[in-house]
Design a protein around this ligand. Structure first.
Ligand code: ZN
Length: 258
C-alpha cells in the first residue's frame, strides 16, 4: 500500500475525472492522498473537495509562487480553515527564487507566519524549495524550537548535508517522479540522499499533475503512478516495493495522523 503525500487534484481537468483518477489510484495500491493548496482560494476548494472523497485529505496554505493576489487577511483565514475536518497539514508553503521576479521579503514573511500557524495548530508543514535552500533551512531551524515544528520537505532539492539536518530535526523527505528520469548530476545527488536516508524518514509523492515518472513522461501525472517512483526508490534502498510501501505508509500515517 502507498500514500501519495502530494497531489494537486484540484485542477478543473482532474476534478472533472476525479472518480476515475481515484479508482485507478486504489487499483494501484494507493490508500490515501494528500491534496495541498497553493492559495487561500484553493485552500477553500480543497477543504470542500476532500469532504466528498474518503481517500482524500487536505493541506491548506499559500505557495511562494502564488503571492500575486496575496492579502494579509488570508493568513488568519488559513488558520481558521486549518481547523476543518480532514485538514491535516499546512501546505504547500516555502520559498521559490527560481521564477522571476520574486519578492524575497514577502515570501519569507508569508512562510514564517504559516510556520507559526502550523505550530499553533499542532499540524505538520509541507515545504516547497526551489533555489532557496539557504534561506529555507535558516528559517525552518529558527522556527523549529526544539521539536515543535514537524513536516515534509517535498520534491527534495537540497543537498546531502541538508537532508541529514532535516532528518535530525525529525522531518521527512520525498522525491517526485523525476528520480526515475535518465540520470544527470541532480539525479545522482538524489540517489545518494535516498541511500543515506533511512526509509523511516522517507515519504512517497507524485506532485500530480507535474513530473510524472518513467514511463509516463510527457503525460499528466496522477496518484496511480506513485508505484513507479516507489519502485525506483525501493531499488536504491535495496528493499522490496512492498516493504518500502509499508514503511513509508506508516511514516505518513504517523506524521499526518491519518
Ligand atoms: Zn506541489
Amino acid at each position: 500500500m502507498f500514500i501519495d503525500t502530494h497531489a494537486h487534484l484540484n485542477y478543473p481537468d482532474i476534478v472533472k475525472n476525479i472518480d476515475d483518477v481515484l479508482l485507478r489510484a486504489s487499483d494501484s495500491g494507493v490508500e490515501s492522498i494528500i491534496v495541498p493548496a497553493t492559495t487561500y482560494k484553493t485552500s477553500i476548494e480543497i477543504v470542500e473537495l476532500v469532504q466528498k472523497h474518503k481517500m482524500l485529505y487536505a493541506a491548506v496554505g499559500i505557495h511562494p509562487t502564488e503571492l500575486k493576489d496575496f492579502d494579509e487577511s488570508h493568513l488568519p483565514k488559513i488558520e481558521e480553515l486549518a481547523k476543518e475536518s480532514k485538514v491535516l497539514a499546512i501546505g504547500e508553503i516555502g520559498l521559490d527564487y527560481y521564477w522571476e521576479p520574486y519578492d524575497r521579503e514577502l515570501e519569507i514573511m508569508v512562510l514564517t507566519e504559516q510556520l507559526r500557524i502550523a505550530k499553533r495548530a499542532g499540524l505538520p508543514v509541507i515545504l516547497h524549495n526551489r533555489k532557496s535552500t539557504d534561506d529555507l533551512m535558516k528559517i525552518v531551524k529558527e522556527e523549529y524550537e526544539g521539536g515543535k515544528l514537524k513536516g515534509q520537505f517535498h520534491s527534495f532539492s537540497a543537498g546531502p548535508a541538508e537532508a541529514k539536518e532535516c532528518v535530525e530535526m525529525g522531518f521527512y523527505i520525498s522525491f517526485t517522479g523525476n528520480i526515475t528520469y535518465k540520470p544527470n548530476e541532480g539525479t545522482y545527488i538524489a540517489y545518494d540522499i535516498v541511500k543515506q536516508t533511512s526509509a523511516e524518514h522517507l515519504l512517497l509523492e507524485t506532485d500530480t499533475p507535474y513530473l510524472p515518472p518513467v514511463p509516463y513522461r510527457g503525460k499528466q501525472n496522477e496518484p496511480s503512478y506513485v508505484k513507479h517512483t516507489a519502485a525506483k526508490i525501493a531499488e536504491l534502498k535495496e528493499m522490496s516495493v512492498e516493504e518500502l510501501g509499508r514503511i513509508t505508509t506508516e511514516n505518513a500515517r504517523r506524521l499526518y495522523c491519518i
